[in-house]
Design a protein around this ligand. Structure first.
Ligand SMILES: C[C@@](CO)(OP(=O)(O)O)[C@H](O)COP(=O)(O)OP(=O)(O)OC[C@H]1O[C@@H](n2ccc(N)nc2=O)[C@H](O)[C@@H]1O
Ligand SMILES: Nc1ncnc2c1ncn2[C@@H]1O[C@H](COP(=O)(O)OP(=O)(O)O)[C@@H](O)[C@H]1O
Length: 283
């Protein structure tokens, strides 16, 4: 008998602002950033196996099986929980890699929450978020599933409820390495911390933008194009660029102008992740 399958969403995130406050002794940068999800992302399908094997069936260009964040998350959870079950995994990957929309981190979080459910581990969110942090700074917010103001390297999270506009997200055909941007000598690293909540108007800057725009003409072009219609912003360290619109129709109108060399997608901003809405519906 084949095992029943469970398909869960793995949404993208946007950084609505990103300030770099300083550099820690270990080289990592202290940030203040605002995370919001969008209703657009990958879909991951899971089927439990009873032999303990963890197998991701979908191949990723340039990412070996055991380095994939999905496999790493599954193995870490299996090991730390002492679970003897295994899992077959397939992914319908639509999120660009190295786009600053957190695809890999989201995939890891969906795997942790999906396996916690299927393996019936009963881990709480704090424990899953702590495990997630060891896989990447952006994993905890996807585990929590609520829009958040993040501090530290992104692990200190305060839930927030910003507006939920429609976004047009442009996807320049270039992958940006986070490490490369954080090691650029010209990066602004001394933005004063914001002390009041919610984040006051006029603080929506992304400190990475000047460095990314200087290095990547594809990102500059996307910012110029979108900037003709709305405030164009960079998410994370890029490469994706986004802007808000009051309605889907208005976002679609600008999206219709895109070409093969600069693609994009329209999605609703969401303060509760699609993953959590789906998991809630299973309970
Ligand atoms: C800055 C953000 C905002 O969301 O960018 P995106 O990756 O989403 O674009 C993230 O927090 C990124 O977190 P994450 O994606 O886990 O970063 P990693 O790949 O682990 O970081 C790669 C490298 O970037 C540098 N790095 C990363 C995060 C940070 N707060 N300070 C750093 O200096 C470190 O040199 C690190 O080795
Ligand atoms: N499941 C995964 N999905 C995407 N990227 C992954 C995955 N597993 C490992 N990676 C690696 O992580 C890198 C960063 O991926 P991703 O999270 O999509 O980018 P970003 O943090 O810029 O949004 C990729 O370039 C890839 O090498």
């Amino acid at each position: 008998m084949t095992a029943p399958r469970l398909t869960l969403p793995s949404p993208a995130k946007l950084n609505l602002m990103l300030h770099i406050l300083g550099r820690r002794a270990d080289g990592y940068h202290e940030l203040q950033t605002l995370f919001q999800f969008v209703d657009y992302g990958d879909e991951i399908t899971f089927a439990v196996r009873d032999d303990g094997v963890i197998h991701l069936h979908t191949e990723f260009a340039g990412v070996p099986h055991d380095s994939n964040l999905i496999v790493r998350a599954a193995k870490m959870l299996q090991q730390q929980s002492g679970c003897t079950l295994g899992i077959d995994i397939w992914i319908d990957k639509v999120l660009p890699m190295g786009g600053g929309i957190g695809g890999g981190s989201s995939n890891a979080a969906t795997t942790l929450l999906g396996l916690n459910h299927l393996w019936q581990l009963g881990w709480d969110e704090d424990r899953l978020a702590a495990l997630g942090l060891s896989l990447g700074a952006d994993v905890p917010v996807f585990v929590r599933g609520h829009a958040a103001f993040a501090e530290g390297v992104g692990e200190k999270l305060t839930p927030v409820d910003p507006e939920e506009p429609w976004y047009l997200v442009l996807v320049p055909q270039v992958s940006v390495s986070t490490a490369e941007i954080f090691s650029d000598p010209l990066l602004t690293r001394n933005t004063p911390p914001i002390k009041v909540r919610p984040v006051p108007e006029g603080n929506s800057r992304n400190d990475c933008l000047p460095v990314v725009a200087r290095r990547y003409p594809e990102v500059r072009n996307a910012l110029d194009l979108l900037g003709k219609f709305t405030e164009a912003k960079l998410t994370g360290t890029g490469s994706c660029v986004f802007g808000g619109f009051p309605s889907k129709a208005e976002a679609d109108k600008v999206s219709a102008l895109l070409t093969e060399t600069l693609t994009g997608f329209v999605a609703k901003g969401s303060n509760v992740s699609m993953l959590h809405r789906k998991l809630q519906s299973l309970l």
